[in-house]
Design a protein around this ligand. Structure first.
Ligand SMILES: [Cu+2]
Length: 369
């Protein structure tokens, strides 16, 4: 009896030790998910919608009609506005901006690309350097109530509310995961676009500039191995009448505006841009013949924001369908592929007539191999 009991105690110890080792090895496997950490601050900047100072599509100075949107006058703000944008820093001290490579120069006022693959985790260390509340609300990825970045009457309290609105000067860490349902679907290419934006008064926040792209790939890591080059373009009429900074912009850039509801003044602040550039001023759209290019397209705005991006000289594949024009509604997120086979400098613009006149035009250049 005694010896049988001793054996069973030994068995028990062996069993417990083996179980503990198994648990330890399992948790180390589950901890192997790659975490992508980004240090992103909301910063106030001055933004120039046409830094070259001319209409690059016509190659000429701005016409009278174009000057409605870009010219400075006693009672017009012009083409430079105070905005708030998401900017990437090198670490949690938020003292050094992470340089943006030439391949992402075209992002303009968009925030940095947040990138992950299915199975990965995303960690955003967010610092609010603005004088107003801000948040980071993502589309597509998996978040719980403590990382949604949106204030509304959702019945939550305590820690589940802390992510909603980050106070000026404060830092908050958002943690999101990337399950299969956040990655490309059966008809999607190997990576797709989502977006993030501040959801504290979402219209004002996004008009002010607080928006950026998220790219999720089927492969871990966030990159697609069947693509040579990527571009992200936001089509929106940025309504500078509805930002956090209208009064500040009037004060800084005009000699005074009597009536901010005046139709002409209002019209002058509707910036028909692609990534915040008008009339062909979007830089960095350079690629090489033969490359496989993936375009990530984002729409945003209000009822006038029905955009139809059109590429000259090439076609794209969208969910298995061939086209050279897409439809973008406010908050549309579409990913299309193009194989370059046609050298030259080509128009890339919104095909809505009113938007063409108002400057929603850019160009891309396909260089020889
Ligand atoms: Cu348009």
């Amino acid at each position: 009896m005694l010896s049988a009991l001793q054996f069973s105690r030994l068995d028990l110890i062996v069993l417990i030790t083996a179980t503990l080792m198994l648990i330890a090895s399992c948790s180390s496997i589950s901890n192997k998910a790659t975490t992508h950490t980004y240090y992103i601050a909301a910063d106030e900047i001055q933004w120039d919608y046409a830094p070259t100072g001319k209409n690059q599509i016509t190659g000429r100075a701005f016409s009278e009609d174009e000057n409605v949107f870009v010219a400075t006058a006693d009672d017009r703000i012009g083409k430079v506005y105070i905005k708030s944008v998401y900017r990437e820093y090198t670490d949690a001290t938020f003292s050094t901006l992470k340089p943006r490579g030439p391949e992402w120069e075209h992002l303009g006022y968009l925030g940095p690309v947040i990138r992950a693959g299915v199975g990965d985790e995303i960690k955003i260390v967010f610092k609010n350097n603005l004088s107003i509340m801000a948040s980071v609300h993502p589309h597509g990825v998996f978040y719980t109530k403590d990382a949604e970045g949106s204030p509304y009457n959702d019945g939550t309290s305590g820690a589940d509310k802390k992510d909603n609105m980050i106070h000026p000067g404060d830092t908050f860490v958002y943690e999101w995961s990337v399950p299969e349902r956040s990655g490309p679907g059966p008809n999607d290419p190997s990576s797709i676009v989502w977006m993030y934006h501040s959801h504290v008064d979402s219209p004002k926040a996004t008009n002010s500039g607080l928006i950026g792209p998220i790219i999720i790939s089927r492969e871990s890591g966030g990159y697609a191995s069947d693509v040579d080059r990527e571009f992200v373009t936001l089509f929106t009429v940025t309504d500078e009448n509805d930002t956090y900074y209208l009064d500040k912009n009037i004060q800084k850039f005009t000699k005074g505006v009597d009536d901010t509801d005046d139709d002409d003044f209002y019209e002058s602040n509707l910036m028909h841009g692609m990534n915040g550039f008008v009339y062909g001023n979007l830089p960095g759209m350079v690629m090489k013949n033969g490359e496989r290019v993936r375009w990530y397209l984002i729409g945003l705005g209000t009822e006038i924001d029905l955009h139809t991006p059109h590429w000259h000289g090439h076609t794209v594949l969208f969910n298995g369908n061939r086209t050279d024009v897409l439809e973008l509604m406010p908050a549309s997120l579409k990913t299309v592929d193009m194989t370059l086979d046609n050298e030259g400098t080509w128009l890339f613009h919104c095909h809505v007539n009113d938007h063409i006149k108002a400057g929603m035009l850019s160009m891309f250049t396909v260089l020889p191999k």
